[in-house]
Design a protein around this ligand. Structure first.
Ligand code: 0X9
Ligand code: ZN
Length: 421
């Protein structure tokens, strides 16, 4: 899949700590947005993606809409040549992926000089680099919320990963045991805006608990459980080695990683999954073979979850079940209504346009995903999957300036959804 990627020995200076890592670089890789208009054109493009094992950043939703594909410099001319000869429309969305990654990490380094708590102006690592800057780490932010709001926030470790990292949850509750709103982020490692948005939501829930009547009303009726980093091994790997890594990091026979969002027991191994361990869509050995899917299953088992929200990027979608079939769940109209309310509230904040509806219609079919499992097997009435900003101008490399606006609109959407049920 990552054919042609250049391995380079780089000295990475992060938080003032020198670490020797072999990082994968994406010099002159392009993201090409292709708009096939017929099924034949789709077949041609998908044929190239499969033959050259190209990394598909986003998938086709309908004929004539864009699919974003990353191409190595070695294959760019051949790829574009086929598109031109076949008259398949395309635009180059990102000209040099590594240049964007470099901008992102340069910004990260400079902002370290102004530490402050709950810094949503930046992306943060989980728990790795402990020195005086540790207020920046996601798990320090969780701890800080517990320290500042001891009657409201409890942090618990729900599981430990293959590489030994904690998967932690912030429980936000005014006491008793109320129906639960579950929010998880970062099951896919490279979707950094997801992790950041979970932190933003925790901040809003805690800081607003006394001062914001809307938030206190939500907390009167519900407990919130927020898991900001479902896949810490993969996420850490995106910081040290490959910014575009998606899966977890378990070693398979030849390649690493399982796509944890293909590992749930919802038509496991079905459409839109792969049994090739080197594929980004590898479903793993068996349903729930992975810690990251187990932890979601086991955490929500006895919670009484009323609404399940799993946050991804990108494409600006509010998705409802199902992804493994074109059939609609029994309460589809009700889930669709709530998703619609959420999207109206979300769009009102910054005008960001979202599409909503069942996964199979708004994105593509894929089995083994968490929201289908939450609805079918965990008895959750409202199961939503969000694809946050943007629609591909930056894709997974969303600039940090968009963290707060994304948090604002997403939180508005989630609040509206909870109010609508
Ligand atoms: O493919 C995915 O897992 C999600 N898209 S992403 O680009 N973030 O990887 C969509 C998940 C939709 N849910 C199911 N297919 N069940
Ligand atoms: Zn994802």
């Amino acid at each position: 899949r990552y054919e042609g990627k250049k391995m380079k020995l780089t000295v990475v200076m992060l938080l003032g700590v020198a670490a020797l890592t072999s990082a994968i670089e994406y010099q002159r890789y392009k993201v090409v947005s292709v708009r096939p208009r017929t099924h034949e054109e789709v077949m041609i493009v998908e044929g190239l993606v499969n033959r050259w094992e190209l990394d598909q950043w986003s998938s086709l939703k309908a004929l004539g809409t864009p699919m974003d594909i990353m191409v190595s410099p070695r294959l760019t001319q051949r790829f574009l040549g086929v598109l031109r000869r076949r008259h398949i429309p395309f635009t180059i969305k990102i000209n040099d992926v590594q240049a964007l990654i470099n901008t992102e990490s340069a910004q990260y380094k400079t902002s370290q000089s102004m530490p402050h708590k709950f810094d949503h102006a930046d992306y943060h690592r989980t728990d790795e680099v402990s020195n005086e800057s540790d207020a920046f780490l996601i798990y320090s932010i969780l701890k800080g919320a517990e320290t500042d709001f001891p009657d409201l926030v409890t942090i618990y470790t729900a599981a430990t990963t293959y590489e030994g990292r904690d998967i932690r949850v912030a429980k936000v509750s005014t006491g008793g045991s109320k129906p639960v709103i579950w929010i998880d982020c970062g099951i896919h490692a490279r979707e950094w805006i997801a992790h950041a948005t979970c932190q933003y939501i925790l901040d809003q829930l805690t800081s607003g608990s006394n001062s914001d009547s809307e938030v206190s009303a939500l907390l009167d009726s519900y407990d919130f459980h927020i898991m900001p980093v479902v896949n810490p091994d993969g996420y850490e790997y995106t910081w040290t080695s490959d910014r575009l890594w998606r899966k977890n990091r378990v070693p398979n026979t030849i390649c690493h990683g399982v796509d944890c969002n293909r590992n749930f027991d919802s038509d496991f191994g079905g459409i839109g999954t792969s049994d090739n361990p080197c594929s980004d869509l590898y479903h793993g050995k068996s349903a729930f073979s992975e810690k990251e899917s187990q932890v979601v299953r086991d955490s929500i088992k006895d919670l009484g979850v009323k609404m399940f929200v799993t946050i991804h990027s990108y494409s600006q979608l509010w998705m409802t079940p199902y992804g493994y079939t074109n059939d609609k769940p029994a309460n589809y109209d009700e889930q669709y209504r709530v998703a619609g309310e959420a999207v109206v509230a979300l769009e009102a904040v910054h005008g960001t346009r979202y599409q909503y509806g069942n996964i199979a219609d708004v994105i593509y079919m894929a089995a083994g995903g968490s929201i289908d499992w939450a609805y079918d097997s965990a008895g959750v009435e409202y199961a939503f999957g969000l694809e946050l900003r943007d629609t591909g101008s930056y894709g997974f490399l969303l600039p940090k300036e968009q963290i707060i606006p994304t948090g604002e609109e997403t939180w508005a959407g989630i609040k509206a959804a909870v109010q609508a049920i």
